[in-house]
Design a protein around this ligand. Structure first.
Ligand code: 2BA
Length: 107
């Protein structure tokens, strides 16, 4: 048995969890904070059989792929103070650890 620890964007968490649940995975969601950006993210812990690990990673990747989005922002100089222009930001993606579980007990 393995423990998958997946750190994903909170924006992607509902769709990732829904897809994992539909495919029979049990998931615990933790509200976490990245140490570098100090911004909120979501950590999922998923215990599953060894042979189900690759599918879980694929499903997470399907819904939490890194992608580019354009976010409107305001120009700071006077001539165009009230104009907004889009800036490119990278969102999503997943950091995934897979560990061996020595013992699994449900009481
Ligand atoms: P990512 O590498 O995609 O990491 C996203 C979040 O995943 C991290 O948030 C952290 O919560 C977790 N994470 C990633 N690798 C980890 C690891 N080896 N162990 C434990 N948790 C891990 P943040 O720490 O806020 O980092 C956000 C983004 O800032 C990172 O995206 C990376 O692109 C950048 N970054 C992080 N640390 C950096 C550093 N020391 N120098 C330069 N850039 C850094």
């Amino acid at each position: 048995m393995k423990l998958i620890t997946a750190i994903i964007s909170t924006d992607d968490s509902n769709s990732v969890i829904d897809l994992l649940a539909k495919n029979g995975y049990q998931v615990t969601r933790l509200a976490t904070t990245g140490g570098f950006l100090r911004a909120g993210n979501t950590t999922l812990i998923i215990g599953c059989e060894d042979e189900k690990v690759d599918l879980a990673i694929k499903l997470i990747g399907q819904e939490a792929q890194e992608r580019t989005e354009y976010v409107p922002t305001s120009m700071s100089y006077d001539v165009a103070r009230y104009n907004s222009f889009p800036i490119e930001v990278h969102v999503g993606g997943a950091t995934i650890f897979v560990s061996n579980i020595e013992k699994f007990v449900k009481l």
